[in-house]
Write a protein that binds this ligand. Structure first.
Ligand SMILES: Cc1ncc(COP(=O)(O)O)c(C=O)c1O
Length: 381
């Protein structure tokens, strides 16, 4: 039998590799992006009640109505946008499924999709599997803001989608209103939609951070993707959702209904019970993570690393060029061995990593004690 891979250049992700190495060597794991602390006890209790009290069968394909109504309230609370829970909201098995469904449903063979370099690693394989072609616009350190003229130059009559992500993984940069407006000016006279990955929507540290939910023009032709994993410290639950106008939601649902049909029912029930009880649940998330970011940054201020700006997400970039001229993968492996801290080399997020760039990513969604221990170790290299 001859097997032809549809994704020949995809191997085991660096997250799996670094987490496995960290576990093997007993290193502090600041590589993969997940919290090492517990979610709100009320959520765990709601999940346990849902399991014990019978929410164990298929739920409606688009998500439990109570949850979709609670999501509509959440969107109204944070963005003053009114969305229809019936037509505009679809609950998915994590943001990952939402992104895959959106691309599978809306990108046709030969369509071009503009994304940014660096970008979250899921986007490119999803576009390739759909037969689409990726066109990358470069984001340059240290602030990683888009060069809108360069983005405009990538538009052709085959461009069908722009895939954006703010707050941005892996760089921690956040877009401003000017960025959304520039994007709108570029696409408004073309048949181009936007897939906006906003999984870190509530984790930003600047007043001027923005969401597509708040842009009148863009939101009419965008799918906005969110993740309860990021907002409620529940990455293992894999529950997310997409908000999009009816025409886009209808197409997305055609794929969603055959990929998973529905997302784990008791977890949806727990999330809706919790959101009804605690509609303010996301209000303090930014302050919570700002303290952790500052703890990490203060702990490293006398180290030989240079700290890049961190406006959002729970990731901090460090420049290690004063310490070593090794490539970032080699440096991260040595950090695990010699310092006992696991980080992520950011070259893995690039199609074309900039020559000579020496950056690693640390996740600060960790207990304060873990962060103190890690910064102590990192200050000695
Ligand atoms: C930018 C970005 N998008 C999407 C995801 C996937 O989210 P989920 O775990 O809800 O599938 C992640 C997870 O790390 C992410 O960082």
């Amino acid at each position: 039998m001859q097997l032809t891979s549809k994704l020949p250049s995809v191997g085991t992700t660096i997250f799996t590799t670094m987490s496995a190495l960290a576990a093997e060597k007993g290193a502090i794991n600041l590589s993969q992006g997940f919290p090492d602390f517990k979610p709100d006890a009320r959520l765990l209790e709601a999940a346990s009640n849902a399991l014990l009290n019978g929410s164990n069968q298929y739920s409606p394909m688009t998500g439990l109505l109570d949850l979709r109504e609670a999501i509509a309230q959440l969107i109204h609370r944070h963005y003053q946008r009114t969305v229809d829970p019936l037509d505009d909201i679809t609950v998915t098995s994590g943001a990952s499924e939402a992104i895959f469904d959106a691309i599978a449903a809306l990108v046709q063979v030969g369509d071009e999709v503009i994304l940014f370099d660096p970008a979250y690693d899921l986007y490119e394989p999803a576009i390739t599997l759909a037969g689409g072609v990726c066109r990358r616009a470069v984001l340059t350190a240290p602030d990683f803001h888009p060069d809108w003229q360069a983005v405009g130059e990538l538009i052709t009559d085959k461009t069908r989608m722009v895939l954006i992500n703010t707050p941005h993984n892996p760089t921690g940069s956040c877009w401003r209103n000017e960025d959304l407006e520039s994007l709108w000016q570029i696409i408004k006279d073309h048949n181009i939609m936007v897939l906006s990955d906003e999984v870190y929507e509530f984790i930003h540290f600047i007043e001027s951070a923005v969401s597509v939910h708040k842009h009148e023009g863009l939101r009419q032709r965008s799918l906005v993707v969110s993740s309860f994993g990021k907002s409620f410290h529940l990455t293992g639950w894999k529950v997310g959702y997409v908000v999009a106008p009816k025409a886009l939601s209808t197409e997305l649902r055609k794929v969603h209904q055959y990929v998973t049909f529905c997302t784990t029912t008791p977890l949806q029930k727990a999330l809706s019970d919790y959101l009804i009880q605690a509609p303010e649940a996301c209000d303090a998330l930014a302050a919570f993570y700002r303290d952790k970011r500052d703890l990490l940054r203060n702990g490293l201020k006398d180290s030989r690393f240079t700290l890049l700006p961190c406006e959002g997400t729970y990731f901090q970039l460090l420049d290690y060029s004063a310490i070593s001229d090794e490539d970032d993968v080699t440096f991260c492996k040595r950090l695990i061995d010699e310092v006992g801290v696991a980080a992520i080399p950011i070259s893995v997020f690039y199609q074309t990593p900039p020559v000579g760039q020496r950056l690693i990513r640390l996740c600060f969604a960790k207990e304060d004690i873990t962060l103190k221990d890690a910064t102590e170790r990192l200050s000695h290299i």
